[in-house]
Ligand binder design. Sequence first.
Ligand SMILES: CC(C)(COP(=O)(O)OP(=O)(O)OC[C@H]1O[C@@H](n2cnc3c(N)ncnc32)[C@H](O)[C@@H]1OP(=O)(O)O)[C@@H](O)C(=O)NCCC(=O)NCCS
Length: 286
Amino acid sequence: MNNTQLQKTIERYFAAGPDAIGDEAAMTAFLVLRTALENGEVRAASPDAASPSGWRVNPWVKQGILLGFRLGLLKEFFADGLSFVDKSTYPVRHFNAGDGVRVVPGGSSVRAGAYVARGVVCMPPMYINAGAWVDEGTMVDSHALVGSCAQIGRHVHLSAAAQIGGVLEPVNASPVVIEDDVLVGGNCGVYEGTVVKKGAVLAAGTILTRGTPVFDLVNGTILRASGELPLVIPENAVVVPGSRAVAVGKGHENSREWGLSLYAPVIVKYRDDKTDLSTALEELLR
Ligand SMILES: CC(C)(COP(=O)(O)OP(=O)(O)OC[C@H]1O[C@@H](n2cnc3c(N)ncnc32)[C@H](O)[C@@H]1OP(=O)(O)O)[C@@H](O)C(=O)NCCC(=O)NCCS
């Protein structure tokens, strides 16, 4: 089955709703998709120079992943004395030394249907959900989450507790994209289809959602998501968590009542030699 046939089949069984439950052909189509996702032959979003964000979403992939939840039954999984109960369609992936992926023991899981390239390092505990793509040489540090269908490029550093949102819950149409050579600092959160372009740096604690305006001090512009376009962080931008005064009502700084500020991510500069030094990765860890 080629990818076009697979797409059509998945779309048909997704549209069939509960009627697909128990249908062996539906399960086969789902398993073909799951394997294609793991092999990196199918992606939830693909690079597309013609699109304003540089990415094209493949919505049928998410439909296929949801189909897997519909078709799966609860099943017990056992591992070293621990037991787990989850959907039969998403067991834990197993790697061997030949796969070139280092998974350090301790509370980490890569769900079936996730693509994890050679040279990726997964520090415990961390989680990579179905449909995610994690490319070569990327570090997924402790307590980091790669949400469903999120696309993570090459040589990305997802620092401790960085959270990359998925598309399943709450329901989101577009996967988050983190392009090559991005550093996502500790405790960052990137959600709701945000695209972080190549080489950008998110300082520790930066949170980006579809509704978050980002203030570019260098260019004097405010970046926002609009319509079909997600929030896009430009190439090599260095984003730090800041705040901005509330301008209305009791929140106004001069109102002498509440004097509130709102969280505001700020692009303080574009990557320079100092940033390269601050974000240098340790090759020995890879
Ligand atoms: C963003 C970061 C990489 C620094 O980059 P840099 O290019 O060296 O930045 P600079 O030190 O030149 O700072 C540029 C400006 O941003 C400000 N800034 C830098 N980091 C900041 C931060 N985290 N929060 C708020 N402001 C910050 C600086 O004060 C400076 O502004 P100023 O010139 O007005 O003083 C660093 O702050 C950071 O967050 N690193 C990630 C740490 C981390 O999460 N490690 C993971 C461990 S698992």
